[in-house]
Ligand binder design. Sequence first.
Ligand SMILES: Nc1nc2c(ncn2[C@@H]2O[C@H](COP(=O)(O)OP(=O)(O)OP(=O)(O)O)[C@@H](O)[C@H]2O)c(=O)[nH]1
Ligand SMILES: [Mg+2]
Length: 300
Amino acid sequence: MTEAVSRCGYVAIVGRPNVGKSTLLNHILGQKLAITSRKPQTTRHTMLGIKTEEAIQAIYVDTPGLHKENEKALNRFMNKSASQALRDVDVVLFVVDRTRWTDEDQMVFDRVQYVTCPIILVVNKVDRMDDKSEVLPHLEWLTAQLPNAEVVPVSALHGRNIELLEQLIAERLPESEHFYPEDQLTDRSSRFLAAELVREKVMRQLGAEIPYQVAVEIEQFKQEGKILHIHALILVERDGQKKIIIGDGGDRLKKIGQESRLDMQKLFGSKVMLHLWVKVRRGWSDDERALSSLGYRFDD
Ligand SMILES: Nc1nc2c(ncn2[C@@H]2O[C@H](COP(=O)(O)OP(=O)(O)OP(=O)(O)O)[C@@H](O)[C@H]2O)c(=O)[nH]1
Ligand SMILES: [Mg+2]
């Protein structure tokens, strides 16, 4: 019997906001690593999710959804990170939401059409497809747009067709030694992941506007015996937002804390004591220096 060929490479997951990129990554990894929510622009930073199975190592790059409208420094940062993720990768997963095609999908398409590596067009959320008769013509139309791309309908949430997708990815990865140890899951620190979990709860629990004006900073991350002590600061832009996040008698902040702590315990495999504070830092989302001190790095 011959040994399986070792393969390894980078797989960028791109698409407009809310199409299910991070949900897809989590499903492939078999655990929750990336944060997800119903609101667009949940992911702000690119993040690696590494999956090693025997001879195959796929290094996924989750990216912020490419989007129009807002010209704040934070939005420029997100779009730039997503575009940069297309450089030097071995496979591109271009994720779209069923038969919906918007100006933002077109923006992604405009960038993706120039890549020279294999592209897989992932048509997600097929579990919610109401009118099945629209599917075939749309898949044909997509194939005509990107003739060299493979088109795969999936449901990231329910795990439909994901094995097929992973097989198509593996076949397209170059022969190579693995870049990461087989038990490494991501390039991001535990502090980063902790901050993201708090931000996810804010995204999920608050109304339309506020989540976009919130950042989370970890001030302390310390294991003492069996307990991991985490202090997180929730930064907002205005006083009114601080009140809303804290809620009546601290109710909302308590709920954000409880839910974050449960997810942290699962991810870190340790009992967690979590302390949350809310603080106003005016204009952080449109100030490159403030952004950079919060870990939004504008390198290159
Ligand atoms: N029904 C259904 N919902 C899905 C599926 N995949 C993702 N979703 C939902 O779509 C919403 C957005 O998912 P995310 O994974 O956060 O989307 P994203 O593309 O990472 O979004 P950004 O980070 O904002 O760019 C969430 O509410 C998910 O639960 C799917 O296959 N079926
Ligand atoms: Mg995301």
